[in-house]
Design a binder for this molecule. Structure first.
Ligand code: ARG
Length: 467
């Protein structure tokens, strides 16, 4: 039965129920709604509305329902209730009669849904943080498995300068660390309790909002009732966090798809994360990576969708805001799946280290070294750049690498090029010279790996505080 019976003579139409009912998707907040209701019942004792005995009975039934929900025993699809809030209230009324009908005293579904959804977001942000830490750890494993491997680094998808493969892994570690800190940030701001703000103007009952907030694990109560019931910034921040995180996964996927291509041939993916073609027997397609890239579209769309939904809404609650859930639920789910599959991809990939090394040696990736060598001989960099460019043209015409040009051919370009140029052009030298902080030298990468392992330990320790 609808919660607003008295004012209405007729029933809602079937079509209206289709557009209006949110139980088909907001049942996922059942646990949060029950926890919030238990806290509210305690508030009503403080306000003198419920006796301790009544509160105990209510809490007992709510706990029973919570257990049943968590055991998967509740068939929400069979219910005609409008949303999870009416579902829980109907359950209590069914069990406890008039006592069940007392619980909603001084509360509105407006402060209730805002509270439930904040709690739901908080729980899922903690889950996503754990997923991110797991992926970060997989990147470190992948880097450690290939500590010596060298591959070409690219700009504009042109071979630019050689880098360690571990350096590539560590670049994504940096992105994941920012994603984790974005989650932590998001939680900081959503951690205020709307409960006790009523429909829009606050409640008349002395429920003690600060006590309610700490009962639910919030840092404190929201300070303005109008804002509290109409704010969905926390959902937008979650969606932005998920979108940015998915964008990082997409870029990582794109790199790996390219490395895995027949043209590059830098790595193989495991059978576990690839599929074949129904027609072409030779194919092994990087589907998991393509889907990590492809699912960005819908997650970004959910962020855009809610921004547009919110932009014209007058204060305070409007039913448009019910549209905040499906997108957020889907975004969290997709992001979670992609973070988990990312671990499987990284753990199962095999780098073809000979191919990556060979590619790093081709494409004149050491031309900058020739210019730097000339700078060492007192030639201005711009002139040195020009001479190195001419050397590249010469080598291209001859069909050889820079280091395969004869010394006489190099001296023709500039008299100060001598035999000591060759060690400068060797792959190992090119890499090991980049030993300033953040560079790709073996020393720097080893140091970074060490520091990231230490950081991982700290992150893991912080996970237990989030639960
Ligand atoms: N199902 C609603 C939502 O998700 C709950 C709040 C309903 N409030 C109201 N005044 N109709 O937003």
């Amino acid at each position: 039965m609808a919660l607003w019976g008295g004012r209405f003579a007729g029933d809602a139409s079937a079509m209206f129920k289709q557009v209006n009912d949110s139980l088909p998707f907001d049942y996922v907040m059942a646990t949060e709604d029950i926890i919030g209701s238990i806290a509210w019942s305690k508030g009503l004792v403080r306000a003198g509305v419920l006796s301790v005995q009544e509160q105990t009975e209510l809490e007992h039934s709510l706990c029973e329902l919570k257990d049943a929900v968590e055991a998967g025993e509740i068939n929400f699809a069979a219910s005609q209730e409008e949303d999870i809030h009416s579902f829980v209230e109907a359950y209590l009324t069914d069990k406890l009669g008039d006592l069940g009908r007392k619980l909603h005293t001084g509360r509105s579904r407006n402060d209730q849904v805002a509270t439930d959804f904040r709690l739901w977001c908080k729980r899922h942000l903690a889950g996503l943080k754990l997923d991110l830490v797991n992926l970060l750890e997989a990147l470190l494993r992948c880097a450690s498995r290939h500590e010596q491997a060298i591959l070409p680094g690219y700009t504009h998808l042109q071979r630019a300068q050689p880098v360690h493969f571990a350096h590539w892994c560590l670049a994504y570690v940096e992105m994941l660390k920012r994603d984790i800190s974005r989650i932590e940030d998001c939680v900081k701001r959503l951690n205020q309790s709307p409960l006790g703000c009523g429909a829009l103007a606050g409640t008349t009952f002395a429920v003690d909002r600060t006590a309610l907030a700490s009962e639910l694990g919030f840092d404190g109560p929201c300070l303005n009732s109008l804002d509290a019931v109409s704010d969905r910034d926390f959902v937008l921040e979650l969606l932005f966090t998920a979108s940015t995180g998915m964008m990082h996964l997409s870029r990582m996927s794109e790199d790996l798809i390219f490395y895995n291509s027949g043209e590059a041939g830098f790595l193989q993916l495991s059978d576990a994360v690839t599929s074949g073609s129904s027609l072409m027997p030779q194919k092994k397609n990087p589907d998991a990576l393509e889907l990590m890239r492809g699912k960005c579209g819908r997650v970004f769309g959910h962020l855009q969708g809610l921004l547009v939904t919110m932009k014209g809404l007058p204060l305070a609650y409007n039913k448009d805001m019910q549209e905040d859930k499906e997108g957020a639920i889907d975004a969290v789910n997709q992001y979670h799946i992609c973070l988990c599959i990312g671990v499987e991809v990284l753990d199962g990939l095999t780098l073809n280290q000979e191919a990556t090394r060979k590619a790093a040696q081709q494409g004149y990736a050491n031309a900058t070294e020739l210019a730097d060598y000339l700078v060492g001989k007192g030639i201005p960099f711009r002139t040195a750049h020009d001479i190195a460019g001419q050397a590249v043209v010469k080598a291209i015409h001859k069909g050889v690498a820079l280091e395969d040009l004869e010394i006489t051919e190099l001296t023709q370009l500039h008299a100060s090029i001598e035999d000591d140029v060759y060690p400068w052009l060797a792959l190992e030298a090119v890499i090991s010279k980049r030993d300033q902080l953040g560079g790709t030298s073996h020393k720097m990468v080893t140091q970074a790996l060490y520091l990231e392992h230490e950081n991982l330990d700290k992150l893991k320790a912080s996970l237990s505080n989030d639960q």
